[in-house]
Every structure is written in structure tokens, then in C-alpha cells.
Design a protein around this ligand. Structure first.
Ligand SMILES: [Zn+2]
Ligand SMILES: [Zn+2]
Length: 500
């Protein structure tokens, strides 16, 4: 790519005897750019090497966190392990930030720019699974890393360690931070960190997420609001005195019906899902307490808040119809992700430079066996781990999930990667994902992400114009828009939001 200007430059020198000053200056400029490109490529090579040198240790860390499989806000051992490792590597660690016992910030260097990498490490309930291609929990019903956050937290730290070593050797100015962000799965850990101003001085945030393919995530994700609707009625003998009772379960069921009737009259890319988390204690007692645990999502924060108002009204209507009362407890709320068109091409170029990875024969055997358990007719090729998806504009109608990275992206220019850590065809939040995340396929995919993050972080630390361009795009995208989390202002992180 950089050979072209070079070539035309030398041609014009040899062709034209009387070179004008301007032409000479522009030729020298091109030579300087080419020299810069050369040094960038050397930097990238060294960074990839540094990642490779530290990879074995961080693969081990990822396996340890996979073994711990701790739920959101209770990632005590996982967080402590990451903190200890980063301290050993020369980072200064501040822990327990934003009233979250397992949140921390590890820093290296000083001054501007401030480049941050996000790490997550929470597991999901019920997804305990051995690293085997058939359903076999380590402990039945226990949590498991079905979203691959063991890899996410470790891979982000591996990138940070490589970048730190590069900065030290080459006296690179600026600050590198690793944000240990708890409870991504339902606890909105990052939202409280944003609210506490912990990202205020950050110039660019980088993140990644395990996936079944390699690609750049430029924006997207669905805004989500989740809450528990607890109905209170009056208990009574269900046969002898039902007239004296008021059923909280009836209210829950009417609320569910209300949601189902609403479903037709919301934009088609709305998602509403719920479970009955409490439904009474015995059929012969009119339930005086029942609970609906609900999440609603939409690509737009503003559209979601309108839908949310309607859901609140449905809950009030259900209470009115049944003579019960309803109490709404906000559990978490994540914004959508604001993309960045200045950072995306850089991230894409770096991911393409790193490339994917090729499975060995043993990994292929595992992957093929795992694909057979998924019950889908056409499984993607295993070569998917070697390929890089082209950079696509965000499609609000494409299937998507939600993440508290969204709230960070409203505060700081943000760009993310996806790396093929799950066997191709495997979706997150499945036992197949937990199996992939606990063995070498997940770990090899993790290293791809670490390299792409490291290259991009150093590009940002050494190219002020890139940080400026990222900021300009961020300002443009946020013009006329306002960020407001749906989490009530005084609410503290809900450390025990599960099982309440
Ligand atoms: Zn998840
Ligand atoms: Zn996740």
C-alpha cells in the first residue's frame, strides 16, 4: 500500500530535471510517511511477539477464571487473580472502585493520551460445563463461562501487558489503563463506573468479546432495561375462602398477557423476554407474592424508554385488575453502543494484519463433535477461525445482544473486536460456548483479540491525529443526542440482584 507513492515519487525525480521546491517537499513528505509506516510495522511485529511471549501465562489465567466461574459482583477470586497478575507486570492497581468490590483499575504510565482496555470476568448461572463436546456439567446447575468472559478479561490483560512492555522499552508517553469491570451479565457494572466519572479523562476505549468469528464491532448492541415486578396480594385458602384472597400470580399472568398483546404494536426489532421468578408456594394457597423478571431491548435508547413506559403501565393495569399492588425494582440498564468511524478502519486493518488462527487436527475433531450437538442443518466451516469478516455498517435489524460497554461508548470514543473463541456456529450463553471457552480453541482465539487490541492501543498512543479523529467522530455522532441511564440516580450497584 505504501509502495505506490514511493514509486511515483522516484519516477518523477528521475524524469524531471528541474524539480520545483514544492514537488521535492511533497516527495520528502511521502518518504517520511513510508518511514513512519515502516516503523509502525516494526512496532506491530514486536507487539505480536510480546503477546506470544506472555500468551501461555494468560491462557492459564483464563483457565483458572473459567474454573472459578463466579457470578456477577461475586467474582472475588477472578478479580483478585487479574489484579495480582497485573501488579506483578508493573501496573498500579486501585480496587473496589464505584462501590463495586470486584471492580478495579490497573494503570501504567502518565499523561495524555489515556487509552483504556476493558476486561470482564463474570460467569452465567446454570452453564457449568466440562471442556468436552457433549453436555456434561462440572457441577450440575452451577455457573459457567457461557459468554467466555474468562477469555475476555484475560485476553484484555494480555494485550495490556504487551503494550506496557512496549511503552517502557520505547519511552512512549501516555497512560494505559485496564478496567476490571464486574457483572456485565445483568449487573450493569460499567454503568456505575461511568456514573462515577471513572472514564472522564480517557481518550479512547478498546474492548473485545468472544464470538464464533473474527471481526470489528463498530457500534450496535441493543439498549436494554431489566427489572423485577413484584406483585403483592392477599393469601387465603384456595378452596375454602378464595374470595378473601387476591392472587399475585394472577397479576403476573395478566402482565405477561399484556406484554404479549403489546408485542404486535412495537417496532419489530424490539425484544421483550421474561420469566416467572416467583409464582407462589402451594396451589392450595392463593399466592400473596409473585414476581416477573423481565428484560426489554431495542436498538435505540429513546425508543426503548417509550416501550418501557408502556410496560410499566401494563404492570399497573395488572395490579388494578387483580386488586394487588406492584413494586418495580430496576436491576440494570445498558445503552446501545455508539460506533466510531475513525477508529473502525484502524481496528479492521490491525485485525486483518494479525489474521485469525488455524485449528489443529485435535481442535478440529473437538469442533466437529461439538457442532453435531447444536441441531442446526448447515454448520459454518471451521475455516471461519482463520478469516476476518469485512467491516460492515451497523445493521439495527441484525440479531444482537446488549452490553454495558454501550454506556462507556456514550462517554468515550470506543471500538471493539470480536474473536473466534467459540467453535464456528456456537452462540454465546450456551454450554457449547462454555466448553469452547475452557479449552485451546477459546484460548487461541483470545490471543488473536489480544494482538488486535495491542496493535490498536499502540497506534493510538503514538498517533495523536488518530485520537483527534476519534474525538471528532464521537462529537459528530453525539450531536443532538443525550445520554441518560435508566438506572435511578441514587441506586448503588445491586451486589445481590440475583435470587432476590
Ligand atoms: Zn453474555
Ligand atoms: Zn458477554
Amino acid at each position: 500500500m505504501h509502495q505506490f507513492p514511493f514509486l511515483s515519487c522516484f519516477l518523477s525525480i528521475s524524469w524531471l530535471r528541474g524539480i520545483r521546491q514544492g514537488a521535492l517537499a511533497s516527495c520528502l513528505g511521502l518518504i517520511a510517511i513510508a518511514a513512519q509506516a515502516q516503523s509502525t510495522s516494526q512496532a506491530h511485529k514486536q507487539l505480536e511477539k510480546l503477546v506470544d511471549e506472555h500468551a501461555a501465562n494468560w491462557k492459564q489465567v483464563s483457565k483458572q477464571i473459567w474454573d472459578y466461574a463466579e457470578l456477577g459482583y461475586h467474582e472475588n477470586k477472578s478479580s483478585a487473580l487479574l489484579q495480582a497478575q497485573l501488579k506483578d507486570a508493573g501496573f498500579t492497581v486501585e480496587s473496589g472502585v464505584a462501590d463495586e468490590p470486584t471492580a478495579f483499575i490497573a494503570s501504567y504510565g502518565q499523561g495524555k493520551p489515556v487509552i483504556a482496555i476493558l476486561g470482564e470476568f463474570d460467569a452465567l448461572p446454570g452453564l457449568s460445563q466440562k471442556p468436552e463436546p457433549e453436555r456434561d456439567p462440572v457441577v450440575a446447575g452451577a455457573p459457567g463461562h457461557g459468554c467466555g468472559h474468562n477469555l475476555l478479561g484475560s485476553g484484555a490483560a494480555l494485550a495490556a501487558v504487551a503494550v506496557k512492555e512496549y511503552m517502557a522499552e520505547h519511552h512512549v508517553a501516555g497512560t494505559l489503563r485496564y478496567y476490571g469491570t464486574p457483572a456485565e451479565e445483568g449487573g450493569s457494572g460499567k454503568v456505575y463506573m461511568v456514573r462515577d466519572g471513572l472514564f472522564k479523562d480517557v481518550d479512547v476505549v478498546l474492548h473485545w468479546h468472544p464470538a464464533d468469528r473474527n471481526g470489528v464491532n463498530n457500534g450496535g448492541a441493543l439498549a436494554v432495561i431489566s427489572a423485577k415486578f413484584t406483585f403483592h396480594g392477599i393469601a387465603a385458602h384456595a378452596a375454602m375462602a378464595p374470595d378473601r384472597g387476591r392472587s399475585a400470580l394472577d397479576a403476573v399472568m395478566l402482565m405477561g398477557n399484556g406484554i404479549e398483546f403489546m408485542r404486535e404494536h412495537v417496532p419489530s426489532n424490539t425484544r421483550v423476554h421474561y420469566i416467572i421468578s416467583k409464582g407462589g408456594v402451594a396451589p392450595n394457597i392463593v399466592p400473596d407474592l409473585a414476581q416477573l423478571d423481565l428484560m426489554a431491548r431495542h436498538p435505540s435508547n429513546a425508543a426503548l424508554s417509550e416501550i418501557w413506559e408502556r410496560i410499566l403501565n401494563i404492570s399497573k393495569g395488572a395490579a388494578l385488575m387483580t386488586g394487588t399492588t406492584v413494586e418495580v425494582e430496576d436491576i440494570g440498564s445498558d445503552a446501545n453502543i455508539i460506533g466510531n468511524d475513525a477508529l473502525a478502519p484502524v481496528a479492521q486493518r490491525n485485525l486483518e494484519e494479525v489474521g485469525g488462527y488455524m485449528m489443529d487436527a485435535e481442535q478440529k475433531r473437538f469442533a466437529e463433535a461439538l457442532q453435531k450437538t447444536m441441531g442446526i442443518d448447515t454448520v459454518p466451516s471451521l475455516d471461519q477461525t482463520q478469516e476476518i469478516e469485512p467491516l460492515r455498517p451497523y445493521d439495527p435489524n441484525a440479531p444482537s445482544a446488549s452490553t454495558d460497554v454501550g454506556d462507556v461508548s456514550w462517554a468515550v470514543p470506543t471500538i471493539g473486536f470480536g474473536a473466534a473463541t467459540f467453535v464456528p456456529g456456537v452462540a454465546a450463553h450456551t454450554w457449547q460456548a462454555a466448553a469452547s471457552a475452557g479449552m485451546s480453541i477459546g484460548q487461541d482465539g483470545m490471543v488473536v483479540a489480544s494482538k488486535a487490541l495491542a496493535l490498536t492501543a499502540v497506534d493510538l498512543l503514538t498517533t495523536p491525529a488518530l485520537v483527534q479523529a476519534a474525538k471528532a467522530d464521537f462529537d459528530k455522532k453525539l450531536t443532538g443526542k443525550k445520554y441518560q441511564t435508566a438506572i435511578p440516580p441514587g441506586q448503588k450497584p445491586l451486589i445481590d440482584y440475583r435470587g432476590k
